[in-house]
Write a protein that binds this ligand. Structure first.
Ligand code: COA
Length: 191
């Protein structure tokens, strides 16, 4: 695999990002493989409107991995409001660092590049970028509970399941084949 170059998305990248995300998550190209959620959700994963809005947001960046001039990988990074340390520092107790997490999502790699190591490069770059952008000291994400191979993939990258869960945001267009899953939170300390 040729080394990727990284950059942040511009509005003009919107259609290519939508296409990449749709093909990576739910298309026939990946259906049946460990990376796919097509057996759970058959509706669109995103839209031009959603991606364009995210690119325009002050607190968000779409990180793009370009290979030979093509968008081959992407992920969404969002700075979250820092949470103050739970206990103030005292002369006897060490200072507790406040939590400054960044959100990681919409992670997608070009299907014909799956398994070549690009996903690992993109998430490692994302971890550096959120420290640079927002001084983040933790990355947080949510993953579909029944995607156990994907959860294991993140665990091998240092993420841990926190025990927090959220309902999956089913909608009129999600096209779920079952409602027997939810989202689990995963976090990794950075720096
Ligand atoms: C999940 C995804 C981001 C991973 O990126 P990638 O470039 O394919 O992954 P890499 O090449 O860096 O890593 C390949 C890993 O897959 C593992 N793998 C390969 N075949 C596998 C299989 N059948 N079952 C489980 N794991 C498998 C390899 O062991 C390797 O992990 P390791 O190095 O820790 O052993 C990518 O496949 C993707 O776009 N998936 C669809 C969208 C998605 O699910 N996004 C995440 C939503 S939270």
């Amino acid at each position: 695999m040729t080394e990727p170059t990284f950059r942040y998305a511009r509005q003009a990248d919107t259609p290519a990002l939508v296409s990449l995300i749709e093909r990576a998550y739910r298309s026939p190209e990946t259906a049946g493989s460990w990376v796919s959620e097509a057996h759970l959700l058959t509706g669109p994963r995103t839209s031009n409107e959603e991606i364009s809005n995210l690119i325009g947001r002050e607190d968000s960046r779409f990180l793009i991995a370009d290979i030979d001039g093509r968008i081959t990988g992407c992920c969404l990074l969002q700075g979250l409001n820092p949470e103050p340390a739970s206990a103030p520092a005292t002369p006897c107790a060490p200072k507790v660092t406040s939590l400054n997490a960044a959100y990681f999502g919409m992670f997608a790699i070009e299907p014909n590049t799956h398994g070549a190591g690009l996903g690992k490069l993109v998430i490692a770059e994302a971890e550096l970028r959120v420290q640079d952008l927002w001084g983040a000291n933790q990355m947080v994400m949510t993953v579909i509970s029944v995607r156990t191979a994907l959860i294991a993939w993140y665990e091998r990258r240092g993420y841990r399941v926190t025990g927090a869960t959220l309902p999956f945001p089913f909608s009129e267009t999600s096209g779920e084949t079952t409602r027997d899953f939810h989202l689990v939170e995963m976090r990794k300390d950075l720096a």
